[in-house]
Structure formats: C-alpha cells, structure tokens
Write a protein that binds this ligand. Structure first.
Ligand code: SAH
Ligand code: SF4
Length: 359
C-alpha cells in the first residue's frame, strides 16, 4: 500500500500512522498482517509459550460495568477453588511441560487474601522445584503486597488498563473510590517497582470507544514500556450495565478484526514484548487465537481450571471450552498451534525479551 510502505520506512509509528493502520482494509490489511508476522519472526521467533490459566475464584469486590462476575451480579454462582485444587492444576501444568501458570481471579483486599496468594505462590514453586513460572492477575494491590508476592516467587503480573482514556474508563467503571483510574496507573507503576514483568491491555470494541482511543491505547503501552500485553475484543454480557448499549456496538466480526489489527500494530510498535492471544478471540472465531498467533501474538493461555468451575467464570457470553477438562485442551491446542507454523516452547518460561533488555 501507499500507507504501509511509507510507514515501514519510519523508525516508529506516530498516532496518525496507527489510525491509518487501524482503518486499513483489503490488500492494505493483508500487508499489515504480513509485516507484523515478519517482525514477530525476526524479534521473538515463531514460538508460542504456554501459560496454564487457573481461574481460581469468581468472587470479586469490584463492579466493573462490562464484567459478568462483577460484585453487583447476583445471578452468578460464586466459587473459590480450594488450595488443593489449585495446586493440582499447577501440577497438571508442570507435568504437561507448560512452563508457567497464571493465577487469575476476582479482586479482593485484605490480609487473608494476600496471605493466601503468597502461600499458593510458594507452594507452586515448591511442587515444581522452582521451575514453573508464575503470573498473577488479581487486580490492584498495594506496593507492599506486590513486593511480598514477588518475593514469594511470582515474576509476572497482568493488569489491564482496560482503556487508557480516563473519560472512557469512567464510562465502563463506577466513579467511586474502588475504581480510580489514577489508582490503576499507580498499580502499574508499582508492579514495575516491585520487579515484575508487567503486562497490560485493553478491551477492543467497547461502547463509546473510537479508533483514536485505540491508537492512544497502543501509544500508552509504548509510553509506560510494558513487557507483555493481553488484549482482546469486548464481548457483551446480559447481566451487566453495559448490556444496554449492545445495539450501538460494532458487529462481532468487526471487533474481532480490530483486535487482530491492534495485535499486529503493537508487534510493529513494540517488537520484542510478549503478546498473548486472548481467549475472547476464540469466543468470536473458533480459530481466532490461531489467527492472532500468525500475525504477532506469541503467548497462549490454555485454561486448566477444573471443568466443573469453568461455567461460573463467565466474564462474557460464549466463553469457549467451559465444558472441557484441562487434558482435552492440551491435545487440541498442540494440533492447532502446529497448523499456524509456530513451535511450542515446552518447559520454558518464555520470558519477554523486552524485559531482559530492560534489566
Ligand atoms: N479481576 C482481575 C482479573 C480477572 S478479569 C482484573 O480485573 O484484572 C480479567 C480481564 O477480563 C479484565 O482485565 C477484562 O479486560 C476482561 N473482561 C472482563 N469482562 C469482559 C468482557 N465482557 N469482554 C471481554 N473481556 C472482559
Ligand atoms: Fe472484578 Fe476483574 Fe471483573 Fe472487574 S474485571 S469485576 S475486577 S473480575
């Protein structure tokens, strides 16, 4: 295209370039995807690393307007895996050479919660001879808590900014002390201070969101110099306040394409970070995650939560594989990934090379 060939010669993309790329279609879009795939191969190789995802609890003190497990949703059956179940899931990941696990759940405050996570992190380290990498994703906490968990053995943390526009942030969160935009920014800074590889991301296709917002989201990630990104399409959920805007949303397929474009552009903007292929992509397209791996993503998070609980961790509708067990995913995924031309980095932490350089 005119567009990409000019943009390719630039050292880095500016806001206008990103907006042009986000609007690209047809051959231009194909060219964008091919370029992002080349950058991925050059900087991080055609490898995919696994993070076994343990959705250990859907109990949450927050009330984000988009999320199916928000505290205000009385229809959800709440669950909390026992420590034993969590450790069993981690053992599964270890035995199947996943390299890392992610402990994700609702956001809770308080001593009992922070102590529990600390204990779990230590135990997962101990059952795997220190070999399993641990990512945490349990929301905003204090710097002291982040430090405590880091010292226990967690080394990556996922905290999506959800939207880097303060205005949009308050359209999708309550405007109250539990949902402060500034607090989220501070938490991202604190995670870096505590020593983590820091991951953030946004939802794509939110009500009120513009292409300009998305361009700014990508520039935000560059600005705060993230090591990892997890972003995916927003998918509406009936029992949430944002459901009332469902008729104003972009069609699902358009949201999906926009999410792929975001991943491709981020790979061009930040060559050597880890980019996850979000599960929400698969909720729209059965091979959505594989498509993302072919145009820039290099991380996949197979769900290893015990099957009986999966149905209750519905952040959004149509969440895939809620009736499977971890072992089903393992075989299915291997075949799927080989089709994308990527190799699986078994038994490997697959740390972000960006982070290594940052050290
Ligand atoms: N409580 C933690 C982790 C669980 S939520 C936290 O909020 O960080 C993990 C992610 O799910 C959120 O960051 C959000 O981006 C995503 N999510 C929630 N509801 C969603 C929806 N309706 N569509 C797509 N993604 C959603
Ligand atoms: Fe809780 Fe996370 Fe859902 Fe917000 S997005 S309601 S913090 S689980």
């Amino acid at each position: 295209m005119g567009n990409l060939s000019t943009i390719r010669t630039k050292k880095t993309l500016n806001r206008d370039d990103i907006i042009t790329l986000l609007n690209s279609t047809g051959d231009d879009l194909q060219e964008l995807y091919e370029y992002a795939a080349q950058i991925k191969e050059k900087f991080v190789g055609n490898f995919v690393y696994f993070r076994g995802l343990i959705e250990f609890s859907n109990i949450c003190e927050k009330n984000c307007y988009y999320c199916g497990i928000r505290s205000g949703n009385r229809k959800v059956k709440r669950y909390n895996l026992t420590d034993e179940e969590i450790i069993k899931a981690a053992e599964f990941a270890y035995e199947n050479k996943y390299g890392s696990v992610v402990l994700q759940g609702g956001e809770l405050e308080g001593r009992a919660f922070t102590d529990r996570i600390e204990k779990l992190v230590k135990e997962i380290k101990s059952i795997s001879d220190g070999k399993l990498g641990i990512t945490l994703s349990v929301g905003e906490q204090t710097l002291d808590t982040y430090k405590k968990w880091y010292q226990a053995g967690a080394h990556r943390y996922l905290l999506r900014i959800e939207s880097s526009s303060k205005e949009l942030y308050y359209k999708i969160h309550p405007d109250d002390p539990k949902h402060r935009f500034e607090k989220r920014l501070q938490a991202l800074a604190d995670l870096k201070t505590a020593g983590y590889q820091v991951g953030t991301g946004v939802m794509i296709g939110l009500p009120f969101q513009t292409v300009e917002n998305l361009a700014d989201d990508l520039l935000f990630m560059k600005e705060i110099d993230i090591d990892m990104c997890g972003m995916g399409p927003y998918i509406e959920h009936t029992d949430t306040p944002l459901w009332k805007y469902k008729d104003q949303l972009l069609p699902l397929e358009t949201r999906f394409q926009l999410a792929l474009k975001m991943i491709a552009i981020l790979r061009i903007l930040m060559n050597d970070i880890n980019i996850a292929s979000a599960t929400a992509l698969q909720a729209i397209d059965p091979i959505g995650r594989e498509k993302a791996l072919m145009i820039g993503a290099n991380i996949i998070m197979p769900n290893i939560t015990p099957g009986i609980y999966r149905d209750n961790y519905k952040l959004y509708e149509n969440k895939p594989c809620t009736s499977e067990e971890a072992a089903d995913c393992s075989n299915c995924l291997e075949a799927r990934i080989h089709l994308t031309g990527n190799k699986i980095g078994y038994d490997n932490w697959g740390d972000s090379t960006h982070f290594k350089k940052r050290q």
